[in-house]
Every structure is written in C-alpha cells, then in structure tokens.
Design a protein around this ligand. Sequence first.
Ligand SMILES: O=P(O)(O)OC[C@H]1O[C@H](O)[C@H](O)[C@@H](O)[C@@H]1O
Length: 294
Amino acid sequence: MRLKKKTPSAPTPSAQLGRDQHGLLELTVEALGACATIYLHGAHVTSWKPSAAAPDVLWMSETTSFDGITPLRGGIPVCFPWFGTPSEDTFAPQHGFARQSAWDYLGSNLSSESVTAVFQLASRADDRSSHWPHSFTATYSVTVGRELQLSLKVTNTGLQAFSFEEMLHTYFAIRDLRAVSFHGLEGAPFISAAPADLRRSGPTIVGDEISRVYQGLTDPVTISDAGRNTRITSNGLSSVLWNPGARIAREFDDFQDDGWKKMVCFESGNIRESTQTLGPGASHVLNVTISVDR
Ligand SMILES: O=P(O)(O)OC[C@H]1O[C@H](O)[C@H](O)[C@@H](O)[C@@H]1O
C-alpha cells in the first residue's frame, strides 16, 4: 500500500499578547510563515519576517532601552502628532508623544493569508495634552503577511480644527551599507540637513551621514541591498532618508558603535509643508506598504 505523502500545513494565523523579558507587553503575530512583533509601548513594530526563511526586514538596536518610557531605537517608531521638535515648544518630546505612549490593543482580525492587529491612542487629560491640547483618536492597523501594511488613521474627536504631522520612521536592516542604493529618488528635489550631502543626480547611495526630506514623491521607492530589493509604497507626501553615520551614532546611548552600518531609515508620512489639518469629526489615513522580493 502506498502512503499518501502528507503536505505540511501552514501554521494557523495567530496573534498572542504576552510580556517580553523586560515585562513589556508585546503582540506576537504569525500568518502563513510571516511573523511580527509589536510592542504596545509606542505601537512599535520591532520585527517583521515575511516568510519563515527570511531574515528580519527591520533593524533593532542591540542597545535600545526597554524601560517602557524611552522610545525604542529601531523597528518602526510612530512619530505623531509632530516630527522633530516644535520651535515654539522646546520641552515637547522629539517626534511627538505617540512613540513613548502606551497604546491600547483593540484586537486582531485573522484571515488565511494575514493578520491585522489594531492599536489605538486617544487624547487624555494628562501631560500629553499640555503640548498638544486636542481631542483625537489615532488608530493604527498593522497587517502582517507576505507584505507589511501599515495604516494610521487620525480622527478629530473635538470641536476645534487641529494640525498634525505624522511619520512612520522605519529602520530597515541592511547587509552592506556600501552596497545599498535607492531607486525612485533619482532627480527628486530634497532638503538636506547633512551639510556635506550635495549629491542630486544618479541613484542615491548612502555612505555615511545622510538626512534628507523629500516632498511629493508619488511612486514606490526601492532599497537595493546586496541583491535584495525592499519596496516601499505610501500615500504620504513626505519621505525622510536618514542614517546618522559614524560620528553622530557615537553620540546616541542606544546605538551600538557600528549599528549605523547595518540600518537605513526610509520614513513615510506627512511633515512640514505636508502637515495635515482636520476639522471636527474629520479623519485622515496614512497608508504604507513594505514588501521584499526575497
Ligand atoms: O533620535 P530620534 O529622536 O529617534 O531621531 C532620529 C532621527 O530622526 C529623523 O530621521 C530626523 O531627521 C533626524 O534628525 C533624527 O536624528
């Protein structure tokens, strides 16, 4: 009698809330071989592997602080409701309060191909409101599968209009900084905060410190790194390309010395002239999708 060969079945999609070794709440998501970890502190995606055999697409610093207060270094910090430090409020935390807040986990939708986990941050009458006294909800949906789909919906739940900035500050893990090039940025104008960065044509190469803000990119951007292509699609109008380089990385407590060689940030959202304004009851949705070819 011939035995029928058993086809290995894909693990059932799951989303499990637990605590890491530091006591922080984290959601572990698995779907069709893909897996991700999302901390409730900052609704911070710290890991995403699109298949069981794939390396992590995201970089996390080995020296990040898991104290539940400090923003995590690496992964995907959610910068909201401002980016940088507002000039009129120098005590406001850099990149907004969202990345250092405890988000609520609203639950997950499980399908055969992906899992969507939903998190929410809402205005409260605490010190958060003293920097940004507006009534809002921010609902963040993270869909884990062969692609990583991120959707940040901001709703004005108050009676006055407000303006905000938002940025999904993704740290991509790379194999070899010298071999990395960006496609989709050729010829696009940018504002540079790194004084030596004057390259304006040809594929974008990151060799050391780089800090650029692009506005109005509409096509996907691809990071090519030693044969692997990572594609980023976003409906955001602003993009930031950032690597601290050797000198600035040394100034960060939570950056191991050679960490800057293993990551590059390509950030997607709406900042500066692309700041969003919402009237009472109105909502805005930022969508970002990340995929890799292998
Ligand atoms: O150190 P952080 O507050 O996380 O900010 C990290 C970096 O974020 C962005 O990319 C900014 O353009 C940089 O100027 C900043 O240094």
